[in-house]
Write a protein that binds this ligand. Sequence first.
Ligand code: ZN
Length: 485
Amino acid sequence: MKIFIACLGTETNTFSPIPTGLENFSETTLFHGDATQHAPDLFTAAMHVWRKNGEMEQATIVESVAAFAQPAGITVRKVYEDLRDELLADLKAALPVDMVLLSMHGAMVADGYDDCEGDLLRRCREVVGPDTVIGGELDLHCSITPDMCGAADALVTFKEYPHIDPADRAEELYAICRDKRMGQTNPVMAVHDCRMVSTWRTPDEPMKTFVARMQELEGQDGILSVSLAHGFPWGDVPHATARMLVIADGDQAKADDLARQLGREIWDLRHETAPVMTPYKEALAQAAAAAAGPVVIADTADNAGGGAPSDSTFLLREILDQGLNDVLTGLYWDPMAIRHCREAGEGARLDLRIGGKCCRESGLPVDLNVTVERIIEKAYQPFGDVRNSMGMAVWLKADGNVNLVLNSVRTQTFHPDAFRQFGIDLSAMKIIVAKSSQHFYAGFAPLASQVIYASSPGTLNMDFANLPYEKLTTPYWPRIEDPFS
Ligand SMILES: [Zn+2]
């Protein structure tokens, strides 16, 4: 058996003005056939699993490109086409292959391509013909499209947000595709459009129970896989809404019925599962008034993991205006300010212009007199098992024990170690502001007296009813109370 493995993706925020080009891929994930010789990350983890499983079965593994970019705006056309064509050329050279397994995101948009994954899968199918099994693993913030379903034999999405399960889902996709290849099963897919735009936090009820229920259904009564594709609210594409995806063994009607039934269940939970957000000024005042700290505030609108610049200053301005003390906030993507800090050196006191530089959604820069407490040339933070590069990072302190961490590689705040590596004592803080939507949660919740999700102006506007979609034209909740009527 010969298995072809590759990775190509990013999460495209079509409202973000930051272009996604080759430099972003290089800085995040870019390998040309040797990704599994390096430590796994969120999207190469699947390739490690597939190689391990294939080699255990004495399969030949052909490994192609692994490319993933930190979420931002629309991908440059030539960059997408070059990466795609490299993958397709490797696939042609590897023929004949029994299985093609691709790790993708599912919300990648390039200039001229609203559905990069559909385009990629369709072209892979043209190369390999009808008999090769094609499987794709997707982030749950994906758009499931007819092109994707038409070209792939099986699609499986992450189930957990925060995404702690890519390796588990890779195991499942491998088993489904191998069994099909061995003639033991005949996977058929069904998709139900839930007509909803929202976000769903899976550690919280009732989503925790819903995820467990999806898992219980798998492997029973001819059901091979159940996924809830949450959709990506900031990707303006025709199929942006949440979808239930069910794979059954040969029985299309059974897959259709279950997708519809589970889709109705998630619809019925829409009010209970809608994310609770606190306006940022109120969030900060609430945190300041809390009996004990640290209160962790998620600056959700400026989450780099959703394509935001990570240099917005709305919360920082408010921290200063409210005169709050014992505050820690980050990560601010500000290579220019870091340059000044580096020139001045550790221990220097200087006036620094911080943040507010990248785009209109960044707000205005904040001028602050700060001490450069510490500079780390190569800073890292963990996200699950993955070591995530922060680039060069600087710890700054302003009056009132207001602490900021700036960094040079745009990334969200995944983990307390993003701060702890400087020697910052997090327990001494009253308020910690983390620029993240949800991935911060696993690391920060255990040390937080309270977690508050703040809404503010920014690139990730949570007002789903009023997002300025042009390409998503089907009715959806919460814009329409009953989009099925
Ligand atoms: Zn995601």
